[in-house]
Ligand binder design. Structure first.
Ligand code: SF4
Length: 471
């Protein structure tokens, strides 16, 4: 029986691909092992969003090979799609499979697990070149399986459990790919056009999770607001949310991220109409300077973004509002950076995710001439993070004395504590006084905070036993 281990990198979308692959392999009779050194095959599911993500994947493959020279590595994911030849040269890599061909990995594993059959006798013909091994290596050359057509690919999805130290809130990827072309972003090249999981499949997945006892479920995608535009008949994202509310028992549904122009009045009204939708909007901003937004090929300007934030605040006075921001995009001047700081300062953001600009080969921004010096990028990122932290502190402060409903999470492994971690609808991490089982609703009053966690005292607790059945 073939044993496998999946080494995960990257965002929730990539993790969802890994979870779907794990489900497929187990259905085929393969055994998942907890330690890579016990595996016949290790699938390295890569990310390529920054140069350091690429470096981490290469490093992991080298270490896997050094620890177990007999293991066969299948490198897949976004880096495999973008630069397969780089991965194919690494020791221990048997196959490089792009995102375009990820669903074929189970067939591939059956093929390469059969000891007497040559790898290419089972219908696998590499679509790209076969890159030779370096002369110093005696191994078979890695083969590459990828193409640039994603549209026919079935969108596979499987809930992702875990991450951020808990297993209480599974994530379900319902959309992949992106039709936009932001000039810094490599994602459309490595994930193809927008594709959506049919609404019936989404409902079934969520019903299963809800019946299994999960109370909060996170919907994720690359560009969630475009959900359903590829389906026939077309489905609107808001209509999907309404169906989920009507047809499933999900107690709290969270949206991982949504582009600002997809935050409409109707969507905000829907969020305001029910506590079952987490009061949390994560809207990528990227820059507060119109000049830079234009160079990034973002399709809104600062004033449009600000209007969306106001829409949310008018109806949901305590909602979490978070943003991604890029420091040091090519051509960004001190004035542009100052405009971004001033823009963020003026709006009621509750947290920021700050990224240092990373040049991605093949993108429009990579070919621009006026790249910002690394030290300047670092300093600007530091200033943005400090501002984000001040905003987060102000938001925590504004919650003191309120009553909030939180969901208890699994405590971090091995950390004995007299407090229980929990998460509020408006995305505030809590440490609640007392020890409570995971996956319980508590009404708490925050009295202060330590680090980035509010400290809360329980005012109401109705214990409902749950046992997760799906893992
Ligand atoms: S919207 Fe822009 S940043 Fe987001 S995935 Fe699409 S191209 Fe990339």
């Amino acid at each position: 029986m073939t044993t496998f281990y999946i080494k995960q990198f990257g965002c929730r979308a990539t993790q969802a691909d890994g979870a779907a692959l794990e489900r497929q392999l187990i259905e085929r009779g393969c055994t998942s092992v907890r330690d890579a050194s016990d595996a016949d095959i290790v699938v390295v599911n890569t990310c390529t969003v920054t140069a350091s993500a690429d470096a981490q994947a290469r490093d992991a493959i080298r270490k896997l090979h050094a620890a177990n020279p007999r293991v066969r590595v299948i490198a897949t994911g976004c880096y495999a799609q973008r630069a397969p030849e780089e991965l194919s040269r690494l020791p221990g890599v048997a196959w490089v499979v792009g995102n375009s061909h990820k669903p074929q990995i189970p067939d591939l594993i059956e093929t390469i697990s059969a000891p007497t059959e040559p790898a290419r006798s089972n219908g696998f013909f590499p679509l790209a070149a076969i890159f030779p091994a370096s002369p110093a290596e005696t191994r078979q050359p890695a083969e590459i399986l990828l193409g640039d057509i994603f549209d026919q690919q079935t969108l596979l999805s499987s809930p992702v459990f875990g991450g951020e130290g808990n297993h209480t809130r599974p994530t379900v990827k319902i959309q992949d790919g992106c039709n936009s072309r932001c000039s810094f972003c490599v994602i459309p090249f490595v994930r193809g056009k927008s594709r959506s999981l049919p609404p019936g499949t989404v409902i079934r997945e969520l019903q299963k999770l809800s019946h299994a006892g999960y109370r909060e479920i996170v919907l994720s995608g690359i560009n969630l607001g475009t959900y359903g535009r590829d389906l026939s008949p077309r489905v609107e994202f808001e209509d999907l949310l309404r169906r989920i509310l009507d047809e499933t028992g999900v107690e709290r549904l969270r949206i991982s991220s949504i582009e600002p122009m997809d935050v409409t009045q109707d969507l905000v009204e829907l969020f305001a109409s029910t506590e079952r939708l987490a009061q949390h909007f994560h809207m990528p901003l990227q820059s507060g300077s119109d000049r830079i937004l234009s160079a990034m090929h973002r399709w809104y300007r600062a004033e449009h973004y600000a209007r969306r934030v106001e829409l949310i605040r008018e109806r949901l006075s305590h909602a979490a509002i978070g943003a991604d921001v890029i420091a040091g995009f090519p051509g960004e001047t001190e004035d542009d950076h100052a405009a971004t700081l001033a823009f963020i300062e003026a709006l009621p953001f509750t947290y920021l995710h700050v990224f240092s600009y990373s040049k991605r080969p093949g993108t429009k921004a990579a070919s621009l001439s006026d790249h910002v010096a690394g030290a300047v990028i670092k300093r600007r990122a530091r200033e943005l993070r400090a501002l984000g932290e001040r905003k987060a502190v102000a938001f925590r402060q504004s919650q003191i004395g309120r009553s909030l409903r939180v969901l208890t999470l699994h405590p971090s492994e091995g950390r004995a504590s007299t407090r229980t971690p929990a998460l509020s609808s408006n995305y505030l991490p809590f440490m609640v006084d007392g020890v409570f089982p995971a996956n319980q609703w508590l009404d708490v009053k925050p009295s202060g905070w330590e680090g980035n966690c509010l400290i809360g005292q329980v005012s109401k607790f109705d214990f409902v036993p749950t046992s997760f059945q799906m893992r």
